[in-house]
Write a protein that binds this ligand. Structure first.
Ligand SMILES: *[C@@H]1O[C@H](CO)[C@@H](O)[C@H](O)[C@H]1NC(C)=O
Ligand SMILES: *[C@@H]1O[C@H](CO)[C@@H](O)[C@H](O)[C@H]1NC(C)=O
Length: 224
């Protein structure tokens, strides 16, 4: 009996301790949020990473495998549309992008941009907006040229979420630093090299810019 009641007392004590700790951390939290870090800068992107993104593009859902490979001057968005096709958006740092499917339709568009892929520090000059909880993570938030809103976990410094001015929003599901896609996968299919006259067709360019690729969209519109 005695041991049971002392157990109960101990449990009550730990509950009040927990309660005290949560109140205490709540007040710490309100101190930090009213005393924000002074203009923090987004963590530069690792030179190589793989990320799986869940994307809502104006109500159309996509899963994007993003393979960022600054070291080799290339960036890949493999875009799976919900119950639809898989679109490959392969970008080289020399400005050439290939957009293609690997199905029997054999679609391919080649686009020349003035700019290369995103630099690891492409968010360096973004405007700091403060902190906000997104997808369950407390994030520092930045905005760049009214084009992108970028959310980074305060603790882990990993990107959590970004939103384009178009309303297209990405949720970062995985972020594997150092992961690299094998070279063989970076070869655009032969039909990308067949109809050369299609390159630099302005009509084609604008239709491609209307595509749902994010980085292509970014580098085409921001000239980063
Ligand atoms: C997807 O985005 C559209 C607007 O672009 C919004 O109306 C809709 O609620 C979003 N869906 C989800 C699941 O967030
Ligand atoms: C850029 O590099 C890719 C991959 O090596 C190549 O296929 C493409 O032709 C290059 N573009 C230019 C303009 O040199």
């Amino acid at each position: 009996m005695a041991s049971a009641s002392s157990f109960a007392t101990k449990a009550t004590n730990s509950i009040s301790l927990l309660f005290f700790i949560s109140i205490f951390s709540l007040s710490i939290f309100s101190i930090t949020s009213s005393n924000l870090p002074n203009n923090p800068i987004p963590t530069p992107w690792p030179h190589q990473f793989h990320s799986i993104l869940v994307v809502n593009n104006s109500g159309s859902n996509q899963i994007i495998n993003l393979w960022y490979d600054w070291t080799n001057g290339r960036n890949f968005n493999i875009i799976r549309k919900q119950l639809g096709e898989v679109l490959y958006d392969l970008e080289w740092n020399n400005g050439t992008s290939f957009y293609y499917t690997l199905d029997s339709n054999k679609k391919c568009k080649t686009v020349k941009f003035e700019v290369g892929i995103l630099r690891p520090n492409w968010l360096e000059d973004a405007n700091y907006l403060g902190q906000q909880k997104v997808d369950g993570f407390l994030c520092n938030v930045w905005e760049k040229v009214d084009f992108i809103w970028y959310y980074e976990d305060v603790v882990t410094k990993k990107p959590i979420h970004w939103v384009f001015y178009t309303g297209m929003e990405a949720h970062v599901m995985t972020f594997e630093v150092g992961a690299v896609l094998e070279d063989a996968n970076w070869q655009a299919p032969s039909y990308c090299f067949e109809k050369k006259e299609k390159e630099d067709n302005p009509k084609l360019k604008s239709s491609v810019n209307g595509e749902s690729s994010m980085e292509g969209f970014l580098r085409g519109s921001m000239g980063l």
